[in-house]
Write a protein that binds this ligand. Structure first.
Ligand code: UT7
Length: 357
């Protein structure tokens, strides 16, 4: 387990802006029901998902969505590209194995001479990335850091496999991190991994163990393999334990926390965690009904979606679980008036107020 030592200095890394990008194409449950043997009723009851977004267009990869999110973030926060010191991209669907998607995003948005690299921790990528990117800010090595979680899951989903194709969507979410000495920012974070979980969620071919070949393509080994029930159990148990641990360590009661921001995999997982911990459901951010599981993008997309409801000083607890297994949680104090920022951006996010039914 990777814990943080008690803070020595007063400087924390605070999220000072958030933005997202979702492709236009909406893949609804009814369309999926025409592709595989499923129904809107099964998907809704077993997952809570009604629709997800799919990135269409030749030659467009994860960097396209991430760059859109970052461009919007810069515009919204009045930040010039040259002010950014480091950009971290969490993704499992990079445009290329080489170079990193972070490098491409920087080039696309006009950031030159900036440190940039990718992090791969599947659905926990944003929490892992938050730990890494915030350390640049806390140590004074970066005045402004961007963390973007982005995944084009539609590229690794087998749309003939009903057990996985209903779950995932494409999207990107980005946050700006800056130093704060007001008490706002990241207070605590913990990371875990257990590589024995590999058997339950992985891509069989395409890496150095089993490089791509005509045979691996023919055997359909480049798609996501998921043992749903095993991952469901592990996600529920380990996210619950991690949230309980970070709250205990920081003397937080459920009443102290304004928002729980869990990775969006399945509505039943989120409700099971909330019920185990006694968290009222209206404190749990939920966007999966609209976007499905967008892997590293789920948590920043939640923040974007709920931005107008976030108030300065709100206490937030993030939790994530994904392939690896990887999981973790973070506790932070919100740094700004979200309603004001969302309004100034001219496009208040309110999908969370109008869930798809
Ligand atoms: O982000 C981290 C990665 N992913 C996750 O966290 C996903 C975690 N797992 C889950 O969300 C759930 O396990 C699933 C949604 C994937 C599956 O739900 P489940 O309640 O665990 O269903 P199951 O896999 O136990 O399958 C129950 C039945 C099976 O039929 P039989 O064998 O009982 O006849 C499946 O074949 O449901 C069937 N089924 C479907 N039926 C209609 C599986 N997928 C579908 C489908 N439509 N799309």
């Amino acid at each position: 387990m990777l814990l943080r030592p008690e803070r020595k200095g007063p400087v924390r890394a605070a999220i000072t802006g958030v933005h997202g990008y979702l492709p236009d194409y909406v893949l609804g449950n009814d369309e999926l029901a025409r592709m595989v043997d499923t129904t809107d009723q099964w998907i809704t009851e077993r997952t809570g998902i009604k629709e997800r977004r799919i990135l269409k267009g030749e030659g467009l990869g994860t960097s396209h969505m991430a760059a859109e999110a970052v461009r919007g973030l810069l515009a919204k926060t009045g930040t010039r590209p040259e002010e950014i010191d480091v950009l971290v991209c969490a993704t499992i669907t990079p445009d290329f194995v080489l170079p990193s998607t972070a490098n491409l995003i920087c080039d696309m948005v006009g950031m030159r001479h900036v440190g940039s690299f990718d992090i791969q921790a599947a659905c926990s990528g944003f929490v892992y990335g938050l730990d890494v990117a915030s350390q640049f800010v806390e140590t004074g090595r970066a005045k402004k850091a961007i963390l973007v979680g982005a995944d084009k899951m539609s590229n690794m989903i087998d749309y003939t496999d009903r057990t996985t194709c209903v779950l995932f969507g494409d999207g990107a979410g980005a946050v700006l991190l800056e130093p704060s000495d007001t008490g706002a920012g990241l207070v605590d974070i913990e990371l875990h991994s257990d590589g024995s979980g590999m058997k339950h969620i992985h891509q069989k071919a395409g890496g150095s163990r089993l490089p791509p070949s005509a045979a691996t393509v023919e055997a359909r080994m480049h798609y996501l393999y998921l043992n749903g029930p095993a991952v469901f159990r592990a996600a529920t148990e380990r996210m619950s334990a991690s949230v309980r641990e970070i709250m205990t360590r920081n003397n937080l009661t459920i009443d102290d926390v304004n928002w729980f921001v869990p990775h969006q995999a399945n509505k039943r997982i989120l409700e099971a965690i909330a019920d185990r911990l006694g968290i009222p459901h209206d404190k749990v951010m939920m966007t999966l009904q609209k976007y499905g599981n967008t892997t590293a993008a789920t948590i920043p997309l939640c923040l974007w979606d709920y931005e107008s409801k976030l108030k300065t000083g709100d206490r937030l607890v993030f939790a994530a679980f994904g392939g690896g297994f990887t999981w973790g949680s973070a506790y932070l104090n919100w740094a700004y008036d979200g309603a004001k920022a969302a309004k100034a951006a001219g496009k208040p996010r309110a999908f969370s107020e109008t869930p798809a039914e």
